[in-house]
Design a protein. Structure first.
Length: 319
């Protein structure tokens, strides 16, 4: 029988300047239960692996270090680390973030143990700009943690999350083929959990999220940022299709126009015909004809320089 209650999953690559704080934040946790730290070290080119070996050797009763013969990429690394977890619950902390509250895990597990209808709990964090050193609070809107709210804004900091392991494992089983093609796994995981359980937010700050120019969700380059937004949109459409086929109640959830207003301009800017078609089909099937016409007009005036060509292209697009 496994006595481990929580598995802390940490993936890392080329984070020699940050990984010590990430590991120390986990090791300082004060709990009345056992927990483990699983580190997926993905063939870093700096001294990250050496630091991980140092800690895993010293704290072998807590840390399990996973290393590979060749680079796996972030998503495969993430999946393998999760699959190696033994705990009833899973918490996340990537190698460039760190926890500052020694009772983070204890408070979250106490809540989940006493509230069985909740599958995930998360907290506020501080955002540390690596370029300026400025610290700001993570913005959390006073909303319900439902799917239709999350698709408008992912307001859940990954490093603050603790959730039921069975939900994460089920997510990986259902989406293993898709996950390896995504640039992130946390956002779709929150979406998935929101369709089958409740979520709880704690306002206290438990960790530090480092804002790096090259982090997966923050790009200075506008084109990379646009592609990231496009990927967010593709994930949402894909999950709607997949979860509906699984008989999930998600299939009854309607998109809000706020979602399309946010993402449609990204689709048009990138010329992503697949996503544009999916959006217009959704609007047509939902009977939102006026808004659909506005989206078509935006496409015409944004993409086509001359009116005769506009008409031809729109006709071809609709067909």
């Amino acid at each position: 029988m496994c006595d481990c209650v929580v598995s802390v999953c940490m993936i890392t690559y080329n984070q020699e300047n940050f990984i010590r704080e990430a590991i120390e934040g986990v090791l300082m946790q004060k709990t009345n239960f056992e927990y483990e730290l699983i580190i997926g070290e993905d063939c870093s080119k700096d001294k990250t692996k050496d630091i991980c070996i140092e800690y895993s050797t010293k704290f072998s009763h807590i840390i399990k270090l996973i290393s590979y013969s060749q680079n796996q990429g972030m998503m495969r690394n993430f999946m393998y680390v999760v699959q190696q977890s033994r705990g009833k619950y899973i918490a996340f902390c990537e190698g460039d973030d760190y926890w500052i509250d020694p009772f983070k895990l204890q408070k979250q597990i106490d809540f989940l143990e006493n509230n069985l209808s909740y599958g995930l709990v998360y907290t506020n964090v501080l955002i540390l700009s690596q370029s300026t050193g400025e610290e700001t609070f993570w913005t959390h809107r006073n909303i319900n943690d439902t799917f239709d709210e999350l698709i408008i804004e992912n307001h859940i900091p990954t490093l603050s999350v603790c959730c039921r392991s069975c939900l994460v494992q089920d997510f990986i089983v259902k989406f293993k083929d898709e996950i390896v093609t995504w640039p992130f796994a946390d956002f779709p995981l929150w979406l998935y959990i929101s369709t089958i359980s409740s979520m709880q937010y704690f306002p206290e700050v438990t960790g530090i999220y480092r804002l790096l120019d090259k982090s997966a969700s923050h790009f200075v380059d506008s084109k990379k940022n646009m592609r990231f937004q496009r990927d967010c949109c593709k994930v949402i459409f894909l999950m709607k299709k997949q979860l509906s086929s699984f008989g999930n109640p998600f299939c009854k959830i309607d998109y809000k126009l706020a979602f399309i207003k946010k993402y449609y301009s990204w689709m048009v800017s990138l010329g992503d015909c697949e996503l544009i078609k999916m959006t217009l089909k959704y609007l047509f099937d939902s009977g939102k004809f006026i808004f659909m016409c506005k989206c078509i007009l935006l496409l015409i005036f944004y993409k086509v320089p001359f009116l005769p060509i506009r008409i031809v292209k729109v006709k071809h697009f609709i067909d």
